[in-house]
Design a protein around this ligand. Structure first.
Ligand SMILES: *[C@@H]1O[C@H](CO)[C@@H](O)[C@H](O)[C@H]1NC(C)=O
Ligand SMILES: *[C@@H]1O[C@H](CO)[C@@H](O)[C@H](O)[C@H]1NC(C)=O
Ligand SMILES: *[C@@H]1O[C@H](CO)[C@@H](O)[C@H](O)[C@H]1NC(C)=O
Ligand SMILES: *[C@@H]1O[C@H](CO)[C@@H](O)[C@H](O)[C@H]1NC(C)=O
Ligand SMILES: *[C@@H]1O[C@H](CO)[C@@H](O)[C@H](O)[C@H]1NC(C)=O
Ligand SMILES: *[C@@H]1O[C@H](CO)[C@@H](O)[C@H](O)[C@H]1NC(C)=O
Ligand SMILES: *[C@@H]1O[C@H](CO)[C@@H](O)[C@H](O)[C@H]1NC(C)=O
Ligand SMILES: *[C@@H]1O[C@H](CO)[C@@H](O)[C@H](O)[C@H]1NC(C)=O
Ligand SMILES: *[C@@H]1O[C@H](CO)[C@@H](O)[C@H](O)[C@H]1NC(C)=O
Ligand SMILES: *[C@@H]1O[C@H](CO)[C@@H](O)[C@H](O)[C@H]1NC(C)=O
Ligand SMILES: *[C@@H]1O[C@H](CO)[C@@H](O)[C@H](O)[C@H]1NC(C)=O
Length: 834
């Protein structure tokens, strides 16, 4: 029974009518039950104590013992090492009974698929859940659901699932788990948290007019967003321990709304609303972006996948943070393309500035529709004021129908095989589709090349060693050209079609480089000098001339041609052609007009890069490396990742260069390649140095050093510094371990970066530098996390620009830290036996 709730204009009246009802209710057992399933020990997570369900004194009874398992896919992340480490498995039926509950409660189930439990393949689990005869889940398969979420891209780093329900309990709670058919089910934790009666009103406005009584209907939380702000973690919402996601992933056009924030003096519009949402939700918002257009003819729109054929309650949270009078911001609210409200003036409805306020709407979904749109836009009827909208938070709840909240996606369970195969791709990260396409092409091409290689072995015998390799390269190029648009780069398309494997004459090269004019030297590589030149009547190129005396040069030269001819990628420098004449070995590359990344970090007069540019460069380089590691049949290890091998084109797009030292990655049946140690001092993986065994993780190590170099803007080895600072990797790791990397960053960045993004960035670098290669992330993971860091920073930048345009001198509160963690949990926790 949802008792009242003050919503809208008539809330006082309704409240007065209900005071008598409220008083008759005993303030009974309003305590939480936090159950750590499959364990007899208690753990502390989020500062709360979760009691093991084998503990006999916890007032929780189990109808049958089931099987307790202790295993978790992700160790090193606190919640996975504690609460999610244990689970209770059941076949048939298992009841959890909790006595002495009275009133409204939030019920949460935590599911974290376990690994390596004989006889129980978690992928084959399927079960239903009924709580006090309200059906919550049916034929539910946790891994499948998680992979759906991951594929939707909204929270693709999550390996666990929390389902949340709200309903009224009159005496006790019986949670009945039943496995489907011969299958089994499991649960890792159960959370029962009391809710104030006023959380929802009994009567809710319907979209399209009228009111509806929702009393007695159970609810499932579908979405809960902190609009325009960072993710809010359960421990930042200590009333109900909710998670508030970021909203940007659900927006149709992120540019339509811009983040604003102000934490001063916010209070609840109604004193009874304190549990509705933490004030943190109201401190940030999205308003319509006003940078470009004055006459706004667009909406801020959010789109959500929902289960068809259910009713939904949409709760919008508002707080006017900017204007301190009425008639400044008036807008319309649309739900599923229908007007839910017009003439909304938050200042007026909430009773002033900085008043936390919310509106609820009821909308019924038809059988065929599985998306729910929420849109806020200008209200033309309100004149000049009607051009701006505001939203601070958004929640979507599914309402039960005939005692049912469970939805079985028939279509999906039929297409089981298809959705299973998708799982394989999960976790690889962004840019996946294009990488997959390229990888397939590369493999095809590679096989093709092999057959070519065999055919051409006769020629090979009478030619300089590297030359037939280049013929192979030409074959690659023409095959790629035939594939047309799948080429990853515009310029590349023209290169391959017109100059595939172009053989330049020495005369052309001499003309291009003004006879190797020293003033055109743009770099000195491992085997010779690099000149800037114009070839083919004006195309800028980087021309790399090997030192004719260098034997090692020849080998690296071959390697590089072989590598480059196999690889084409937007974030790898591409080869235009070559020249081989009179003992000269010359490679012609696309020209990268902004030179090396290092030159933009320190030791030059170039303007410093912004934090955003640095992140974009790191992401580009990571993409290039990720492609090297995963794109080709065996994967390729770069072996010389450093800031002078990351080049920037005219748009500051980063590309990996210099594959002179590259090696094919280990074949499938080997885990490493044994090889003499090569690479650059300061970047060299100590494990590789010790064991002389090369894996992709050595590149990851060097990339971690690059990350620190990018943020600290100093040389990786600087012998002029005090002893403990000479080696950047060691020095930066000392600060990073103390979580104070900000102390040593490039002074140019100060004040111009999102602190959370820096903290996260530091963590990524730290993980890359793990001593043991196996504990380092893959480049794909690094890439994924860097993209997340960039998102954090961009969100911060948007907020920043609008806030400062309103005012610069006022009290602005810094972002809370720890709120956005993906890799680490900041909550303390320990485990103890009872
Ligand atoms: C529970 O405690 C008993 C001893 O009290 C111990 O033998 C058993 O292994 C424990 N089980 C788990 C899952 O920790
Ligand atoms: C169990 O219930 C009793 C009585 O209702 C109460 O005194 C006790 O504190 C409860 N124990 C726990 C662990 O909740
Ligand atoms: C679980 O609870 C349900 C509903 O109260 C009941 O029908 C069922 O028999 C119980 N199952 C077990 C195994 O106790
Ligand atoms: C479940 O499926 C995923 C993806 O197919 C696979 O990676 C995982 O190993 C499977 N788990 C088990 C226990 O078989
Ligand atoms: C997103 O994933 C992270 C990491 O697993 C998790 O902590 C967070 O709760 C998830 N957010 C939501 C809304 O599920
Ligand atoms: C934040 O709110 C306070 C109190 O209402 C106000 O004085 C201040 O101007 C606001 N700051 C901004 C940047 O809007
Ligand atoms: C905050 O609220 C208090 C009490 O309502 C008031 O005295 C104070 O001036 C307010 N501060 C700002 C910055 O508006
Ligand atoms: C809040 O609820 C209490 C009862 O718990 C009631 O006495 C009071 O009038 C309500 N206040 C408001 C502002 O609605
Ligand atoms: C609402 O409009 C959008 C396009 O503006 C459309 O894609 C969507 O299907 C519509 N939703 C409904 C429920 O009609
Ligand atoms: C905003 O969205 C609603 C519902 O989809 C639509 O009817 C309206 O035309 C849109 N407004 C603008 C300015 O695009
Ligand atoms: C609010 O804006 C300020 C200034 O732009 C920024 O420093 C702060 O991180 C923002 N806070 C939140 C919670 O977004």
């Amino acid at each position: 029974m949802w008792r009242v709730l003050g919503v809208g204009h008539s809330y006082l009246l309704i409240l007065m009518m209900l005071v008598s009802v409220r008083l008759s209710i005993v303030e009974a057992q309003k305590k939480s039950f936090l159950i750590n399933c499959g364990s007899n020990s208690s753990v502390n997570v989020d500062g709360r104590r979760w009691v093991g369900d084998m503990n006999p004194n916890n007032n929780v009874t189990l109808s049958s013992p089931g099987v307790a398992v202790s295993t978790s896919p992700l160790s090193g992340i606190s919640i996975y090492d504690s609460l999610y480490k244990t689970a209770r498995i059941f076949t048939g039926s298992l009841n959890y009974t909790i006595k002495d509950l009275q009133g409204n409660y939030v019920l949460r189930f935590h599911f974290s698929p376990f690994v390596d439990v004989e006889d129980y393949n978690v992928n084959k689990s399927s079960f239903s859940v009924v709580a006090n005869s309200l059906k919550l889940l049916s034929e539910f398969n946790v891994p499948e659901k998680i992979s759906q979420l991951q594929n939707s891209g909204k929270n693709s780093s999550s390996f666990s699932l929390i389902k949340e329900y709200l309903f009224d309990i009159s005496a006790e709670l019986v949670i009945e788990f039943v496995s489907t058919g011969n299958s089994f089910g499991f649960v890792n934790a159960i959370e029962v948290v009391p809710v104030v009666d006023e959380l929802f009103a009994s009567s809710v406005r319907k979209v399209g007019g009228g009111n509806l009584n929702v009393m007695g209907r159970g609810m499932e939380t579908m979405y809960r967003l902190n609009v325009g702000g960072p993710e809010i973690q359960p421990d930042q919402d200590p009333d109900l321990w909710r998670t508030w996601e970021m909203d940007s992933g659900y927006m149709i056009t992120q540019n339509a709304g811009i983040g604003i924030n102000n934490s001063s003096n916010i209070t609840y519009a109604s004193a009874n609303d304190t549990s509705v949402a933490p004030l943190l939700v109201y401190e940030t918002a999205r308003a319509m972006s006003n940078t470009e257009v004055l006459d706004k003819r667009f909406n801020m729109s959010w789109k959500f996948e929902v289960d068809p054929d259910f009713d939904y309650l949409v709760r919008l949270h508002f707080c006017e943070l900017v204007y301190d009078k009425a008639n400044e911001r008036i807008f319309k609210i649309y739900i599923n393309n229908r007007t839910a409200a017009d003439n909304v003036d938050v200042y007026v409805q909430a009773g002033g500035k900085n008043k936390a306020y919310h509106l609820d709407y009821f909308d019924a979904m038809s059988l065929s529709i599985d998306t729910l749109w929420v849109q806020l836009g200008p209200d033309a009827g309100a004149g000049a004021a009607g051009t701006d909208a505001l939203l601070n938070g958004l929640e979507i709840f599914k309402l039960s129908r005939n005692g049912n909240l469970a939805y079985v996606d028939k279509h999906d369970s039929a297409g089981n095989a298809a959705s299973k195969s998708k799982v394989l791709w999960v976790g690889i990260g962004a840019g996946l589709a294009s990488i997959a396409v390229i990888a397939v092409i590369v493999i095809l091409v590679f096989c093709f090349c092999r057959s070519q290689k065999n055919k051409s072995s006769d020629t090979k015998n009478n030619s300089p060693g590297w030359r037939p390799l280049f013929l192979v390269g030409a074959a690659v190029n023409s095959t790629m050209a035939a594939k047309g648009s799948s080429g990853s780069q515009k310029a590349y398309g023209s290169v391959i079609s017109t100059r595939a494997g172009k053989h330049f004459t020495l005369a052309e090269i001499i003309a291009a480089t003004k006879n190797f004019d020293e003033s055109l030297v743009i770099g000195v590589g491992g085997f010779g000098k690099v000149y800037k030149g114009e070839i083919d009547g004006g195309v800028l190129a980087a021309i790399k001339r090997s030192n004719p005396q260098s034997e090692q040069g020849l080998a690296e030269f071959e390697t590089e041609i072989e590598m480059l001819s196999k690889l084409r990628h937007r974030h790898l420098v591409s080869l235009i052609g070559f020249c081989e004449e009179k003992n000269e070995m010359i490679l012609v590359y696309e020209y990268m007009s902004n030179g090396t990344l290092r030159s933009h970090l320190f030791g030059s007069d170039l303007p410093p890069l912004t934090w955003k540019q640095r992140l974009e460069v790191c992401i580009g380089a990571a993409r290039g490396l990720h492609y090297l590691h995963t794109g080709a049949e065996r994967g390729i290890i770069h072996r010389d990742v450093k800031t002078t091998n990351i080049l920037l084109d005219e748009n500051f797009v980063a590309k990996m260069a210099d594959f002179g030292l590259s090696k094919d990655g280990p074949a499938l049946d080997h885990t490493h390649v044994s090889t003499a140690v090569k690479g650059s001092f300061g970047y060299l993986d100590p494990e590789y140095f010790r064991r002389q065994q090369l894996t992709e993780k050595s590149d990851v190590y060097s990339f971690g050093v690059v990350l620190f170099e990018v943020v600290c803007a100093r040389a990786v080895i600087n012998p002029t510094l005090p002893k403990d600072q000479i080696n950047l990797a060691e020095w930066a790791m000392r600060w990073q371990r103390q979580r104070s990397i900000e102390t040593i960053i490039d002074p140019h960045l100060r004040g111009n970066y999102c602190p959370e993004s820096l903290a996260k960035f530091g963590e990524i670098a730290e993980k890359c530098l793990a001593d043991d290669g196996k504990s380092r992330p893959t480049m794909g993971e690094v890439l994924w996390h860097l993209e997340y860091v960039l998102q954090l920073h961009e969100a911060w930048l948007n907020r920043d620009s609008i806030v400062t345009s309103f005012s610069s001198s006022q009290d602005l509160r810094g972002a809370k830290d720890g709120g956005l963690e993906l890799v680490h949990e900041s909550s303390s926790q320990d485990e103890e036996n009872e």
